[in-house]
Design a protein around this ligand. Structure first.
Ligand SMILES: Cc1ncc(COP(=O)(O)O)c(C=O)c1O
Length: 403
């Protein structure tokens, strides 16, 4: 954790009245987001468009900041709720919106069609039929879609898989020809390309390159049935490192080699879409919470913090710890026998009355005292909004932007 952020956290836990009273918050560093976007903008191929998967962090200030960058072509939404959030921060050009996700309701599809968003990423024949019916009823000639395909390729080396195995996402590649036959007969559907998001949290760029080659081979074959398509949407997947080693996904090498694969297939005229979430905002976020108590129970210490999985569910949900830092606040002791932690492994747990309420576990801590601040870095993506925020009705953690 850098000094700037450490000092900022120490300051708000000492002086910000809201944090003093409710000592648990997320902190977002907008400069880090800008650095990530600019880095991709600098290295990417001319035919690559970068979208922001706003499910990663729908905080309004974060979203508005992301949208300011010329390197961002638009957003990928997973619900019309996300669309409304984007509209509330000023996004009015619906040609900047892609809509993906299994189980879009008929009402959501109708709003997407009426809004004339750029592409609906269609996940099944049923969804295509619903869109077609809506377009027909609204006298809309064509709705532009990408067909989401669950490609027959297991992209080993990710943290979560959407495809390459049996999932609810997209159309199974083995059903592609049959389902395409049906969808292509729907009068109001215009298939512009494919959506092939397969896995999330890939740190090794070589793994994504092998997948890209496999996908291009599929598209080459699919075009013999569908005709020429103009878009291939890879979804998200660039990973961040959840250890203190802080290894980086090598965007420069990724795009350099992707360029060679594009050349091999003569796909220079196709738009390649990336809908990145974690890579853009993951490293820009910090979860910070005060140590309320320290217990010693049957030979092991437990640090109890003001917030737990109600605020920060990602580590326990994915069985992957975040880097932990302790900021020392030098609070006076409440009594002489008060416990502290010194050079030992502990669990760090929230205030919920369930044993799974751990934000970290088996964590070696050099020193920690009641009143100190526990900080989990890499907490900008899939943390606040993916937590069980109202479980036990504790106050919500504040979300603070580093100014
Ligand atoms: C359809 C789609 N696109 C993009 C993303 C963003 O993925 P990531 O955060 O790995 O970049 C996701 C994440 O689940 C997704 O479901």
């Amino acid at each position: 954790m850098n000094r700037k952020v450490e000092n900022y956290i120490r300051d708000i836990f000492s002086n910000n009245r809201n944090i003093v009273e409710n000592p648990t918050c997320y902190i977002y560093d907008l400069e880090e987001i800008t650095n990530r976007i600019n880095e991709i903008e600098k290295n990417k191929l001319p035919n690559v468009s970068l979208y922001y998967a706003m499910k990663a962090n729908p905080n309004k200030e974060v979203l508005a900041h992301v949208l300011k960058h010329s390197g961002i072509a638009g957003i990928e939404i997973a619900s019309t709720g996300e669309l409304h959030t984007a509209q509330s921060v000023g996004l009015s050009n619906m040609n900047k919106v892609l809509f993906t996700g299994p189980g879009k309701t008929p009402v959501e599809l109708e709003e997407a069609v009426r809004s004339n968003i750029r592409y609906i990423n269609v996940e099944s024949v049923v969804e295509a039929i619903r869109i077609n019916e809506i377009a027909s009823r609204l006298n809309i000639d064509k709705v532009n879609i990408l067909l989401r395909i669950n490609i027959n390729y297991f992209l080993d080396g990710a943290s979560e898989y959407m495809a390459g195995m049996s999932t609810k996402m997209g159309i199974d590649q083995s059903r592609f020809e049959e389902d395409y036959k049906y969808i292509s007969n729907l009068e109001h559907i215009n298939i512009c390309g494919f959506h092939v998001f397969a896995a999330d949290g890939v740190l090794d760029h070589e793994i994504l390159l092998k997948y890209a080659d496999f996908v291009f081979k599929f598209v080459e074959y699919a075009q013999t049935i569908v005709g020429k398509v103009s878009v291939i949407d890879f979804g998200g997947g660039f990973g961040i490192d959840y250890t203190k080693a802080n290894r980086k996904f090598n965007t420069k090498e990724y795009f350099k080699s992707l360029g060679k694969i594009v050349e091999k297939y003569n796909f220079e005229d196709k738009e390649i879409i990336l809908e990145l979430g974690k890579y853009i905002v993951g490293s820009a976020g910090y979860y910070a919470t005060r140590i309320i108590d320290i217990k010693d129970c049957k030979g092991m210490k437990h640090i109890v913090t003001a917030g737990g999985v109600n605020h920060m569910r990602l580590p326990i949900a994915t069985d992957r710890k975040h880097p932990v830092y302790i900021i020392h606040m030098n609070e006076p002791k409440l009594y002489n026998g008060q416990l502290s932690v010194s050079k030992e492994k502990v669990d760090i747990e929230g205030p919920l009355c369930m044993t799974e309420d751990k934000i970290s576990w088996d964590e070696y801590i050099e020193e920690a005292n009641i009143g100190d601040i526990v900080v989990l870095t890499q907490s900008g993506a899939y943390c606040y909004s993916a937590s069980t925020l109202w479980f036990l009705s504790h106050e919500l953690p504040l979300e603070i932007i580093i100014k």
